[in-house]
Design a protein around this ligand. Structure first.
Ligand SMILES: [Zn+2]
Length: 54
């Protein structure tokens, strides 16, 4: 399998879980966790989400 590379900096993308924190209208929080390709270059911070949910 061919390694994916970052379109921004050319570093290897690692498959990992990514979390986003979303504030709800009533003041709560929803943590959304999904698989993503994350750039191994920490200064780049490129993240490509794997799969889209309808
Ligand atoms: Zn990158």
């Amino acid at each position: 399998m061919k390694a994916r590379v970052c379109p921004q900096c050319g570093a290897i993308l690692k498959e990992d879980a990514w979390e986003t924190l979303n504030e709800t209208a009533d003041g709560g929080f929803i943590i959304d966790v999904y698989p993503a390709f994350i750039c191994s270059n920490k200064q780049c911070e490129f993240v490509e989400r794997i799969g889209e949910y309808p």
